[in-house]
Ligand binder design. Structure first.
Ligand code: FES
Length: 108
């Protein structure tokens, strides 16, 4: 095993075998399923490319959840119409509408 081989690092997320996502939510208007109890940040980290999570002013740099404990504010999303919600602190619920804060939405 080399130092940088994929198997030299544990996976960031582990989905227990036998579980399947069954919580209906929408992400940027597209329906999808989340795991019960999953945070919005975990859902997004396993669902979208890391450079497409969020863009932040002033340079519109790509941002993604970092601390996963409510400190860095790099995980802000719009949830059920409320901008700037901390995705790492909020668990999914059925019918939740999640929107990434991207320049194309005018919310960065
Ligand atoms: S990931 Fe740092 S505040 Fe949410």
């Amino acid at each position: 095993m080399t130092r940088n081989s994929p198997s030299s690092h544990p996976p960031l997320f582990h989905v227990p075998s036998g579980r399947s996502p069954d919580v209906p939510i929408s992400l940027d208007g597209a329906p999808m399923l989340a795991f019960p109890g999953e945070t919005v940040a975990a859902l997004l980290l396993r669902s979208v490319p890391s450079d497409a999570y969020r863009r932040a002013d002033p340079l519109l740099e790509a941002r993604a959840p970092l601390c996963l404990m409510g400190v860095c504010f790099d995980c802000l999303v719009t949830i059920d119409g409320q901008d700037n919600q901390q995705a790492c602190l909020i668990a999914v619920h059925p019918g939740m509408r999640i929107e990434r804060q991207l320049p194309s939405r005018g919310a960065v």
